[in-house]
Design a protein around this ligand. Structure first.
Ligand SMILES: Cc1ncc(COP(=O)(O)O)c(C=O)c1O
Length: 456
């Protein structure tokens, strides 16, 4: 706990400090992660099984155990549109909480699409372009990932088709308009354009959709067209890898601030911003160089890390995507339509799940009203309106700052502010008017979904 007395607010790096390589945590894990399995045969899958869906460069990154993977120059060049992103010291939030803690946040909302998602969208679009892909299909929960891929598709000249979860399609029309402005085609999921979407709608015409359903639709789209690949905005190893630019920059910026964190916090839906922010720090822990508390913050309505089980499960509801070992609530589980759409996922990335299982990281769950309260307190102190997803991390950061006050200790708290909430104002309006509801943990629905786990 080295405590700085400086009053500086922003720690910024020059463009030439954009990382030159991504950090691959697989190199530092004590045991290799359990292999992904084929959804039909339940046997470990190889690169050829994934080739219809992803370009080979990404498949090789998915299984790589090299510690550093070079970032191609065209990707760094596109990163320069918004990277390095700033690190802020939250002086005003500290004052409002009257805490001796020092609170820092890495701000990823400065990207053109408004979140961390372009860090991998740009890389995925680049490798697809390099291998001749003409069109990419994807899902989006909050609309943030769809916006990011639509933006990246525009940069590299690739058509993008987005299956946007129905709940978020209805809650966030401006996200759809942003995607369309970048040139993407957007449909609400479940949709009538895929076999899987039609089958869901025939059972439940009013389905609010879910990330699991939208993933199945996008996978089906890519698997049934020669000119199309699939792209995922979270969960997979290569996505987490690309996001490590967040943590790599943050390490340098904390050196500028002259402090070492005691606690690192990120929200976790599929795990990509949490991992990108924390893995470079966790690498130090795994190599025995440092010790931090690292906390994943998830919604009470979809608490895969805190209440799910660690087992092999399908990544999508239609059971078309590979089976992976992860913390899961069951692939049939459809979370309630909370406003943090990006956190409405039944599973968690296998790498984050493994670290939780091994006790390297902690996890905690937060109700949506408490997270919006934290988001409003943060906006009133720091000025930035957070996306609903990172308000979960803010709530945990505030609790940690209050615990530091209680203990009378100047702990250093660092969290990832992974996106802004400018397209989420209707959710803030509902919160401010008292109309937002909390959803209790749906134990019975989860038990029913867990009964459908594949027998491995
Ligand atoms: C702003 C924001 N934060 C967090 C998430 C959750 O995804 P992940 O856990 O992969 O960071 C999303 C997903 O859409 C998002 O848009």
């Amino acid at each position: 706990m080295a405590v700085s007395t400086s009053r500086r607010t922003k720690f910024v790096l020059d463009e030439d400090r954009i990382p030159r390589a991504w950090y691959n945590i697989a190199a530092d894990l004590p045991t290799p992660p359990p292999p992904p399995l084929h959804p039909g045969t339940h046997q470990p899958i190889g690169p050829d099984d994934l080739a219809p869906l992803f370009p080979m460069a990404l498949i090789l990154q998915e299984v790589s155990s090299e510690r550093e993977i070079e970032i191609p120059e065209p990707v760094r060049d596109a990163y320069a549109l918004y990277r390095p992103s700033p690190l802020h010291r939250a002086h005003r939030l500290e004052q409002a909480l009257d805490t001796p803690a020092h609170i820092y946040y890495k701000y990823e909302g400065v990207s053109p699409a408004g979140s961390h998602k372009p860090n991998t969208a740009i890389a995925q679009a680049f490798y697809n372009k390099q291998e001749g892909t003409r069109r990419i299909a994807t899902e989006t929960g909050a609309g943030q990932w769809g916006s990011a891929l639509a933006f990246a598709g525009a940069l590299f000249g690739i058509e993008v088709k987005v299956y946007q979860v129905r709940a978020s399609y209805d809650q966030k029309p401006y996200r759809r308009m942003l995607m369309e402005t970048y040139g993407a085609e957007v449909v609400a999921s479940p949709s009538l354009t895929t076999n899987y979407g039609r089958s869901v709608l025939s059972r439940d015409p009013d389905s609010p959709g879910s990330l699991g359903i939208a993933i199945s639709e996008a996978v089906e789209d890519a698997a049934t067209r020669d000119d199309t690949k699939y792209s995922l905005g979270s969960v997979l190893n290569h996505v987490l890898l690309h996001q490590t630019v967040i943590g790599l920059e943050t390490i340098e910026q904390m050196e500028l601030a002259g402090e070492e964190p005691d606690v690192l916090i990120g929200c976790a839906g599929g795990g990509s911003n949490f991992a990108g922010f924390s893995f470079p720090w966790i690498g130090r822990m795994l190599r025995g160089e440092a010790r931090y508390r690292v906390i994943a913050a998830e919604p009470e309505a979809a608490p895969s890390l805190t209440r799910g089980i660690y087992a092999y499960d399908f990544g999508d509801t239609g059971k078309m995507a590979p089976i992976v070992k992860m913390h899961t609530l069951g692939s049939d589980f459809i979370p309630e339509p909370i406003h943090a759409g990006g956190l409405r996922y039944h599973g968690m990335s296998p790498l984050v799940s493994l670290l939780k299982d091994q006790g390297v990281i902690e996890a905690t769950s937060v109700h949506q009203r408490a997270s919006f309260e934290a988001g409003v307190a943060f906006a009133r102190a720091e000025g930035i309106l957070p996306a609903p997803e990172p308000t979960h991390a803010i709530k945990v950061a505030i609790d940690e700052a209050l615990a530091a006050k209680e203990a009378g200790e100047p702990r250093v708290i660092l969290f990832n502010l992974c996106g802004h909430g400018h397209f989420d104002l209707s959710a803030y309006e509902r919160h401010l008017s008292g109309a937002l509801e909390d959803y209790e943990y749906p134990e019975a629905k989860v038990q029913a979904a867990l009964a459908g786990l594949p027998q491995i």
